[in-house]
Write a protein that binds this ligand. Structure first.
Ligand code: FES
Length: 165
């Protein structure tokens, strides 16, 4: 993911200064966390320490907010995020087997990232495509009517850098 450069630190500082003129600190903390995640892909500890400093808020409070919202990544994530739908429609059509196949293929558990930083694995609840269950999402693309074999082929396409339409 993105490097923590001086330029990015300055950009963040300017963003915080701009927000602080408009809103009360607690109400703009989430906006700042969104900004940090957008810049780095996750919330780096070093950057969070600086945010605490700039916003004059205890670091523990910031981590409390960040961990409450599952949206925020506390660790670096891979280039591609695979979300396996475990909603009812997908589950009855074999989502658990698909998840197991992906775990085996990548050698990681849900919530983890491969060592090469290519994939992060997540679970999801109904991706809104029940008609083509079982479904997974890779980044913002939905893939349906899968089975363990098809999903491994899909992963291999991403490994080669070919994103399937
Ligand atoms: S349950 Fe999987 S897309 Fe709806």
């Amino acid at each position: 993911m993105s490097e923590i450069t001086q330029e990015k630190k300055d950009e963040l500082k300017a963003f915080i200064a701009e927000c602080s003129q408009k809103q009360y600190p607690d109400s703009y903390l989430i906006a700042v966390l969104h900004k940090v995640q957008g810049m780095f892909g996750y919330l780096p500890r070093e950057v969070m320490d600086q945010v605490a400093d700039m916003m004059q808020i205890p670091t523990a409070h910031i981590w409390g907010v960040a961990t409450f919202y599952h949206y925020f990544n506390l660790k670096p994530i891979g280039k591609h995020t695979i979300s396996v739908c475990l909603g009812t429609a997908c589950y009855v059509k074999g989502a658990a087997e698909i998840l197991d196949a992906i775990k085996r293929e990548l050698g990681i558990q849900v919530g983890q990232t491969t060592e090469d930083m290519l994939f992060t694995l997540q679970e999801a609840r109904c991706l809104g495509a029940c008609g083509i269950a079982p479904v997974i999402m890779i980044d913002d693309k939905i893939y349906g009517e899968l089975d363990a074999k098809k999903v491994i082929a899909l992963i291999n396409q991403y490994r080669k850098g070919v994103q399937v339409a």
